[in-house]
Structures are given as C-alpha cells and as structure tokens.
Design a protein around this ligand. Structure first.
Ligand SMILES: [Zn+2]
Length: 167
C-alpha cells in the first residue's frame, strides 16, 4: 500500500506523488478517477478494487509553479552523483558551499555542489581561488519540469512516462 501513485490534476498535469493508500482513499471518496491500473487488485472481504498506478483529480487544483526542494539529496541528483571538482562518481558524496558560509556564502542552489570527501577536505573553508580549484560546471537551479520532479520514480514506473513527458 506504499507504492507511489502519480497524481494528475484535472487537466492531466502531473502534480504530485502519493502512496497507494491515499490514492485509493481519493478514488473511493469520489475525489479522483483511476487513470491507470497496471498493478492488479486490492482485495477486501466485500470487494476488490483496482490498484492504481496513476489517478486524476476530479476538480482542478490551483497551485503555484512547482520548484525542486533544496535538499542534499536533490543537490546530489542535480549533479548526477558526481563530485563537481574531480569528476568522481560515487555514493559517498558531501555537499560543498562554493563560497564558504563563514565568508558569506549562501545556502542556495548556485552555491552548493556535490563534492567527494577528498575534494571537500582539500578545499576546506576556502574559496575556489584560494584553494586553486575549479568546478566542472556552474551549478544552477534545477528545472521544475515533471520529468525532473518525478523522474526518480520512473525506473520502476515506466508506464508514467507518457503522462509526465512535456510538462
Ligand atoms: Zn572529488
């Protein structure tokens, strides 16, 4: 019941991912329609219900343009799990403040990069110039496209792709 379910707005824009329990609650409560089953059925004593993979809200929900939340996990994902100093791709990455915080550097997308512990240690509390290090590429705010926002679920839910592409 914890499998992710893609939630579409009434206009088919993908807006959220919830778990199966919540999705079935929305369907049974008449707030959403099943768009794609693809996962068999949930059985109760009284009945069996299709197990949703994608649902669509009956009523249009108006919400501000989505943004990617600034978290360590999302910084690593934006940087493709690659140290932005030496190019090493590893699961043991830290987050480096390009301009260190004690020098006024912000905790912002443009000032944060994935760094392996060696590079982070080597750079220490210094700026790029002081440490004589350079970045592989300039960090940017990641695009808030549906593919980017929900892409991490895609490898297990390829049937979502046609509903995510283009938003
Ligand atoms: Zn490195």
């Amino acid at each position: 019941m914890h499998d992710p379910v893609l939630v579409l707005n009434a206009n088919f824009e993908p807006i959220n991912v919830c778990n199966t329990r919540r999705a079935m609650g929305l369907i049974l409560g008449g707030k959403a329609d099943l768009v794609l089953n693809g996962r068999g059925f949930v059985h109760t004593i009284a009945a069996s219900y299709p197990r949703p993979s994608i649902i669509r809200l009956e009523k249009m929900v108006h919400r501000p343009r989505m943004t990617v939340r600034l978290t360590k996990r999302e910084v690593l994902r934006r940087d493709d799990y690659t140290c932005q100093y030496c190019g090493q791709r590893t699961s043991y990455l830290t987050i480096d403040h390009i301009i260190p915080r004690h020098l006024g550097g912000l905790h912002a997308w443009e000032n944060l990069v994935a760094a392996c512990s060696n590079c982070n240690h080597r750079k220490g509390g210094r700026t790029l110039e002081q440490a004589q290090m350079r970045l592989l590429r300039l960090p940017v705010i990641p695009p808030a496209s549906a593919i980017y926002l929900f892409g991490r679920h895609l490898h297990e839910n390829m049937d979502w792709l046609p509903f995510i592409e283009g938003w």
